[in-house]
Design a protein around this ligand. Structure first.
Ligand code: GLY
Length: 361
């Protein structure tokens, strides 16, 4: 294909995908849509392998941005970070960045990590306050320090030294959800709930209050040369203990890439990933010849086996959510989930869409 034809094809792809994608992305940010986005026109990369970006279900805009950037020659980590930045900036997503749900004290504390396949370098930040884009800060830890992980006030000082602006990340909606949680948590303290809470007018808030979420975004991207990078960014478990750090900023738990094999990243109960080194384990299982879905399911089985009784339901199954997003060096991808139904986002030459995760239960 000539450059001119490739450019025309890319413009067609972008135009075709924009309308359906905008509608689906909005619905996902509201916690609703499960249908695939409108199929886009196919396009082709000039390289040998399929250019591809995958993400959690809140990442339709993310994978599209990363894919577009890779077609223009961007590095796979730059593309992935630019993709998740869209969601970090979106106050409608209460699991990530600005507008994320706070800890038990009402303070938003963010975790993020990046891993660059071609150099096998990583950067991470944990318990970062007042900076809306922790993934970008994590990338700077990778690029401009001799370290891998910065936490809390030190991470904030590092971000400010690099020009990041401090701001209050707690939106009014997130504050109201947190306040309702605090007021209804116990009838043995002095916080009394008003007669009508936010859950009366906001169905997503009601779901959050019923089941504290560990929503997060993960994105992994592969270019035509087969280089793979990934990023995970989150506000962590809603109403967590001050200082609690989940899996997202921990390499091997919330994400991992081996450029010769593939990548895995996760959303869901971070403690399970920390206890089982899930992302690392999944990549190693792909090294042994498993497909992405086989590897993800095997890691979910290990998590289930190691789950303590208090976290099991009446059937003895883990009662928490856990998902893995896997990308193998040959371009094969998959999403798996402890239970369904659930989706994940993909952009490749077939367009941008939600695909269905394979479930263990
Ligand atoms: N997986 C996100 C968290 O547990 O913090």
């Amino acid at each position: 294909m000539t450059d001119q034809r490739a450019n025309r094809s890319r413009r067609q792809f972008l135009a075709a995908s924009t309308a359906g994608l905008a509608a689906a992305s909005h619905a996902i940010a509201q916690g609703g849509a499960t249908e695939p986005a409108a199929a886009a026109q196919p396009t082709r990369s000039g390289g040998k392998l399929p250019v591809k970006s995958i993400s959690s279900a809140n990442g339709l805009r993310t994978t599209r941005r990363a894919y577009e950037m890779m077609l223009r020659g961007a590095d796979t980590l730059d593309a992935s970070v630019a993709g998740v930045t869209i969601v970090e900036d979106d106050p409608r997503d209460t699991s990530v960045g600005y507008g994320g749900l706070p800890n038990e004290l009402g303070v938003v504390q963010l975790d993020a990590a990046v891993m660059h396949g071609p150099t096998h370098q990583a950067g991470c930040v944990a318990s970062l306050e007042r900076i809306r884009n922790p993934a970008k800060v994590a990338q700077l830890v990778l690029q401009q320090t001799d370290h891998v992980l910065l936490v809390g006030p030190g991470a904030l000082k590092f971000a400010k030294a690099h020009g990041f602006k401090e701001e209050d990340l707690l939106t009014d909606r997130a504050r109201k959800i947190w306040l309702r949680w605090k007021q209804t948590m116990s009838d043995r303290d002095d916080w009394l709930p008003p007669a009508e809470g936010i859950e009366e007018s906001d169905p997503q808030a009601a779901a959050i209050l019923r089941n504290r979420p560990t929503g997060t975004i993960h994105c992994a991207s592969m270019n035509a040369e087969g280089d793979i990078s990934c990023v995970t960014t989150t506000s962590g478990l809603a109403f967590k203990i001050d200082g609690r750090v989940g899996d997202s900023p921990i390499i091997g738990a919330g994400l991992y890439v081996d450029n010769e094999i593939g990548s895995c990243g996760s959303t869901g109960r971070g403690e399970a990933n920390l206890q089982n080194q899930c992302s690392f384990a999944a990549v190693e299982l792909m090294r042994s010849g498993m497909t992405p879905v086989e590897a993800g399911l095997e890691v979910l089985r290990r998590v289930a086996k190691h789950t303590v009784p208090r976290l099991r339901n009446d059937q003895g199954e883990p009662d928490f959510g856990l998902k893995f997003y896997l990308l193998r060096k040959d371009g094969m991808h998959g999403g798996v989930s402890m239970r369904g139904p659930t989706k994940f986002a993909v952009t490749d030459e077939k367009g941008t869409r939600l695909e269905t995760c394979t479930t263990l239960y």
